[in-house]
Write a protein that binds this ligand. Structure first.
Ligand code: PRP
Length: 180
């Protein structure tokens, strides 16, 4: 285990299992409809890659690049910047946002509104992690993998100062790493 990690929350096996469960549930709910999946970079990169390959539902994929945390921040700046917008037309389409974590809800609140403004027929949210104790915006995940405590977590795409994203598990970062 990386020495900056205090505790492993979810192993690669537990993540794999959860990704399969979420994919099956979503496949079942959308049935024969074709959906548009929109992955929110950068944090969702590995989750998106895995769940998209687990889906049987017909889909068109796109990504958005959005940021609300500075590189070395552990709390949100309160502002959402769309760094790269979607390329495809989602008018009248059923959209599924793929996101690594919903924390304060700021990012997903804005992204969902942005996609509805672009004329989507429906916008649902699939998150791997949910930290409900920290929610400040009225938005929820339609499909969530794990509820987590109010700790700063990294790995499987989630980073601090862009480090730790490549860990194949999700763990709690030691506070001394970001308190210096
Ligand atoms: C992280 C994470 C979510 C968001 C969740 O992104 O990937 O997008 O914060 O927090 P919120 O619910 O409080 O908005 P970040 O802005 O750090 O960018 P990243 O995806 O590049 O890591």
């Amino acid at each position: 285990m990386n020495s900056d990690i205090a505790e492993v929350l979810f192993s690669r096996e537990e993540i794999n299992q959860k990704v399969q469960e979420l994919a099956q549930k979503i496949d079942h709910e959308y049935g024969d409809k074709e959906i548009v999946t929109i992955g929110i970079l950068r944090g969702a990169i590995f989750f998106m890659a895995d769940i998209l390959r687990a889906f049987k539902v017909k889909l068109v994929m796109d990504v958005m690049s959005v940021s609300s945390y500075g590189e070395k921040d552990i709390t949100s700046s309160g502002q959402v910047k769309i760094l790269n917008d979607i390329m495809i037309n989602i008018k009248d389409r059923d959209v599924l946002i793929i996101e690594d974590i919903i924390d304060t809800g700021l990012t997903l609140y804005h992204v969902k509104r942005h996609l509805l403004d672009r004329g989507a027929n429906s916008v649902k949210i699939c998150t791997l992690l949910d930290k409900p104790s920290n929610r400040k915006f009225k938005v929820g995940s339609d499909y969530n993998g794990f509820i987590i405590p109010n700790e700063f977590v990294v790995g499987y795409g989630l980073g601090y100062d862009n480090r730790y994203r490549n860990l194949d598990y999700i763990g709690i970062l030691k506070p001394e790493i970001y308190q210096n």
